[in-house]
Design a protein around this ligand. Sequence first.
Ligand code: NDP
Ligand code: MG
Length: 375
Amino acid sequence: MSVGVAILGSTGSIGCSTLQVLARQRERFRVAALTAHSNADLLERQAAEWKPAYVGLVNGESREQGAGSGASCLVEAATRADVAIVVNGIVGAAGLEATLAALRAGKRVALANKEALVMAGELVTRAAREGGGEIVPVDSEHSAVLQCITGRRPTELERLILTASGGPFRTWTPERVAGATVEEALRHPTWRMGKKITVDSATLVNKALEVIEAHFLFALPYPAVEVVVHPQSVVHAFVEFVDGSVLAQVGFPTMELPILYALTHPERVPDAGARRFDPVAAGSLTFEPVRPDLYPAYGLGRAAAVAGGTAPAAFNAANEVAVELFLEGRIRFGRIAETIARVLDAHRPGDAGSLAAVLATDAEARRLAREAACS
Ligand code: NDP
Ligand code: MG
């Protein structure tokens, strides 16, 4: 019997990579549901190939028979009886409610949508505990950590070092970075991804989000989650154990491997897809500290993490708005960090234990960010 998989955000970078992985694993997995936001054409082509029992298009009417629409189609897809694993490849806060619903329904969530875990880490981990669901990271650094710690006890874990490519501006001066164009920000040196996460990699906001993601996934205090710049993106993370031993997971950058592992964890299955590792082809591997002057938004994210409560939700919302405005050409690159700083300055962190509080923070931070960005 094959395992039913729902792919939320099937038309995106993670969604398409997931289908590529599944094309090689047809005897193990079956696509039970697909959802997209507005790309009806690609969704239709995917549905024709994979014949899922359910298709959902958030914004618009799908021509598929029995298709769902509106934001509620995400929860519908994520909680179906014929779905055991939900791959959440939605970008941004819009992915939160489907993750909560899937975990409450006892599903495995293969989570790429890190924003939801950042804004509502307490709620998401609680939903998993209470509903019997399981969060398995798709993010390559967190997949690397999971692969290193599987089979170990939590008390044996001491410290994580997540790697960051440093993005396209690693060798630039801060003054030049502040005026970088959209095209320059989207030129990621090692990964091909959606636009939002590509900009987040240039500001290093992505790594701040990942520090918060790691805190919630692996129940570690923030000082135990470090970051190092590693331009080659070959080592995905280091894990230090209490005896001082360090394990790392390595490979050429591809999301297909972490996606497959999220589907099969703790097992591994044969896969002919990913380019096999070759140390000579990988060449020299280098590591550098994060330069705070080059990546001001990274420090803001770490500060919001330590402040806790609703502060990470405010950080995430401010960033989502600022990145959108940057991509629309309405603010300069340097304004992204400035906008986040202004929103966090105005935010008084409260308790993040209820969905209402998290959503209220999200809405207020978005309003403040629009005001701050354009004034
Ligand atoms: P993309 O922009 O490529 O894809 C986003 C997907 O989400 C699309 O299918 C899009 O539909 C859908 N979507 C967008 N907005 C909404 C909404 N409001 N409601 C429902 N669906 C929506 O992003 P990525 O695939 O690059 O990233 C997805 C997530 O995975 C992000 O959280 C990112 O941080 C994370 N991630 C991505 C990696 C990568 O390699 N790409 C690596 C690690 C993490 P449509 O096409 O119709 O607009
Ligand atoms: Mg990552």
